[in-house]
Design a protein around this ligand. Sequence first.
Ligand SMILES: [Zn+2]
Length: 234
Amino acid sequence: MIRLKYFPTQDYSFLLDENHYVYDHIETEDSLHIYIKSKEHSCACPVCGKMSSTPHATYKRKFQDTPIHCKQTFLHANVYKYDCENPECDCKVFMEDLPFAKPSQVRTDALNTLILATSMFLSNEGASKVLSLLGVQVADRFHLLQNLLGYMKDIFKEEMPPQIYIQDGNISEKAPEKILKEKTPEGSFLESLHYDNAPPVDPSGNVIAYDNKKHDLNSAQYQHQEKTREKNSN
Ligand SMILES: [Zn+2]
């Protein structure tokens, strides 16, 4: 008789992490429901940071996850709340931190990434079509994207420089050089002023010549020119 070399696995840790395991699943024609349970483990209090291994209660969360075999996929998680073990801390009970989803999110981080990546380069309708073909149902994609982008902005805010210069489609390190351009008055505006630009005349009708030269005889430039004139006249 030939001995079996292969055995079915019970190890689904690749799907989650070492603190969470799959205990059941239900598959329908177009959806997949995976039931997961938290193992009792220690968790850091989000307020004081002290590790706690005193479970307080369990509670349930439901997430949409990245689709498996193009079926809309849900994680039904049965997870723990922990008591903070620090008597000084204001936080008495906290929810365990999940490695695959942020607090108060109804989608896993992986699904949010997939939606964002798909939506980034496609139109609204294109992205909706591709996502629904993949098995992702999003009721209100516009608000979802707004939330995700807001979330990403918070992440990157501290890394972003206060100003970004873009020149010829490329991001440049420094501000582009200023282009000096002489301003010309607007002709139609000047005409609307009815400004008399004729040269001024004295009572006898002779044009009064104004000159705009500087007559500072003590200036270094004037004295230098005077010396040069003297030299040249000799
Ligand atoms: Zn605490």
